[in-house]
Ligand binder design. Structure first.
Ligand SMILES: Nc1ncnc2c1ncn2[C@@H]1O[C@H](COP(=O)(O)OP(=O)(O)OP(=O)(O)O)[C@@H](O)[C@H]1O
Ligand SMILES: [Mg+2]
Length: 252
């Protein structure tokens, strides 16, 4: 077992954004997290990555609780994420964004770099190399030097994915990674997600593109109003009356 949530709840004032969520994400698995707008999906990712603390329940990684740790400690244990609302430094290049992401994650001390120590320069070169490799994986090797502000929306999302992958995470949390992408880009991301899982990482995928979810996910957890209303394989979940009702309710 890699990531385990046990009766996790989080409320904001009177709003119960997540209530009593229990599920696991295993190594090598692509686990879909779906549900209508406002169902609590992003809140769950914020809870796992330590941006928020649960009001109740426990989150464990490889059997060890992480739900009281600050975000950078959780990241250091191998949990990486992308953001639904892209978070890049607009003026920095694609490669720069990946490098900075890694620095922020590791909280490396700044003084060896300020003193221009050789160790720092070696590290810098290694970080740049890692960034280029991560960008190549998302098909952006040629765009490494382009400022984030000059990248298309889909490319910016891919930089976010590269930034997350650069840390070689054990758990990868993707919050709507294909939103705003063209079908070709989305297909490539789907292929990459599969590959990442095959490397033995655990992937939690929030995704509105139902076809993509069905193709990609081994198991799916469905949230509605903060609660898990269904779970299972793609075929089971799509047939589930509670799921159909939740989605029809949204369409109305
Ligand atoms: N920081 C916050 N303060 C107050 N309420 C919040 C906060 N974050 C989320 N909520 C509320 O919690 C509920 C769940 O929101 P969340 O963003 O997790 O949903 P979601 O499933 O990610 O939706 P979407 O598909 O639109 O991204 C919503 O009612 C939202 O308004
Ligand atoms: Mg969301």
């Amino acid at each position: 077992m890699t990531l385990a949530l046990q009766s996790v709840s989080r409320s904001f004032g009177g709003v119960r954004a997540v209530e009593d969520a229990t599920f696991t994400v295993e190594k090598g698995e692509v686990h879909g997290l779906i549900g209508p707008n406002g169902a609590g999906k992003t809140t769950l990712v914020n809870l796992i990555s330590g941006l928020l603390q649960p009001t109740q329940g426990e989150i464990a990684l490889e059997g060890q609780r992480i739900d009281r740790l600050p975000a950078h400690r959780i990241a250091a244990r191998g949990v990486a994420r992308t953001y639904q609302n892209i978070r890049l430094f607009a003026g920095l290049s694609a490669a720069g964004n990946v490098v900075v992401g890694e620095h922020l994650r590791r909280r490396a001390p700044l003084w060896p770099r300020l003193l221009l120590l050789p160790s720092a320069r070696r590290e810098e070169r290694a970080a740049a190399q890692t960034a280029l490799e991560a960008l190549a994986r998302v098909g952006l090797r040629e765009r490494a030097g382009t400022a984030a502000a000059n990248l298309s929306y889909g490319e910016q999302r891919r930089v976010e994915i590269a930034r997350a992958l650069a840390s070689q995470p054990r758990v990868l949390l993707l919050d709507e990674p294909t939103a705003g992408m063209n079908p070709n880009e989305a297909r490539n991301v789907a292929r990459l997600v599969r590959e990442v899982a095959r490397e033995g990482r655990a992937v939690l995928l929030i995704e509105h593109n139902v076809r993509l979810v069905m193709e990609l996910c081994d198991r799916i957890t469905v949230l509605n109003f903060g609660r898990v209303i269904a779970r299972g394989g793609p075929a089971e979940v799509t047939k589930d009356p509670a799921v159909i009702t939740a989605y029809l309710g949204e369409a109305e």
